[in-house]
Design a protein around this ligand. Sequence first.
Ligand code: MRU
Length: 358
Amino acid sequence: MPHAGYQSLRWDDGVLWVLDQRRLPGATQYIRADAVTVVADAIRTLAVRGAPAIGAAAAYGLALAVAPAPGDDGPAVRERLERAATLLRGTRPTAVNLAWALDRVLRSVAGEQAAAALSQRVLAEAEALADDDRRINRALAQHGQSVVPRRSTPVTVIHHCNTGSLATVDYGTALGVIRAAHESGQRLWVLVDETRPLLQGARLTMWELEQLGIPAALMVDGAAAHQMRTRGVDLCLVGADRIAANGDVANKIGTYQLALAAKAHGVPFYVAAPTSTIDLATAAGDAMVIEERDADEVAVVGGRRMAPDGAAVLNPAFDVTPATLVAGIITEVGVVRPPYAENLALAMARGKSSTVEA
Ligand code: MRU
């Protein structure tokens, strides 16, 4: 069960309840998603966000699309399934977990023609995927303990964006590593990048860390290098939206400059992600599609326009950190180290063949 009584997603009796992350931390409100279009909208507008959470939401979106309806026959249900998959696939381009989840569910019903069986099996696969995510994150968090120094004084960690329970079905990835270290008794101090422009760090990570009782301080993204130089930072921990076969990592905009600063100051920079975020079909970061979002996300702050009317704005939602800056990639099958071209392929093979334990 998630801590403190909130869940990013909850399936209940034919309805997906989506915690509306746009309203956090001010309000804990759930969107009642009873149609795939509601789920697609929630993903597009970041009511649900974070690569693993997006994947699970999309899987449930398929289940909503093929829910039994009067007069259903096999071809009609399959057509709804295909249309829903196309709709959901187009919502956000960078997080590979979205396409991965859709493909996993579609594969699970390949060849199935009967309407009732299609409805049941799509839902069963969505639930299995969500359960796997819960287990995988806990396994990943345990593997991640090997990169957290053990000592009696607090370990200082910089974290970017939000990678906690909110960004997953439960527990989190990079924030899961931090949470497990805290639960095992290690003292920590988390420096939280606010994560412009949508403030996932300020709004979501600070909220989660507060509920977990983990000491944390919020800072602007531009403060990370200063903290490394003046305070001593032990490590950086971030998540990922897509990891290429060569180890290049797409993650929230600002990750790359954090990794550069870490390199300059000798701070180990780790990425935590499930193997479902590893995309061996993409050779290197340059081939990844980077989502560009609306200019107003940057130019308007708190409802007030900060830039002159008509100012040109760049708003890439993600950037690519070259593999050379990444000390290791923490997955549910272990910490993958360079050379990534070899070791990511091995991790993927292990991920497919092994049962991940909670
Ligand atoms: O635009 P967002 O909020 O969906 O971006 C999220 C991130 O970049 C996360 O770091 C990433 O998805 C990993 S979440 C475990």
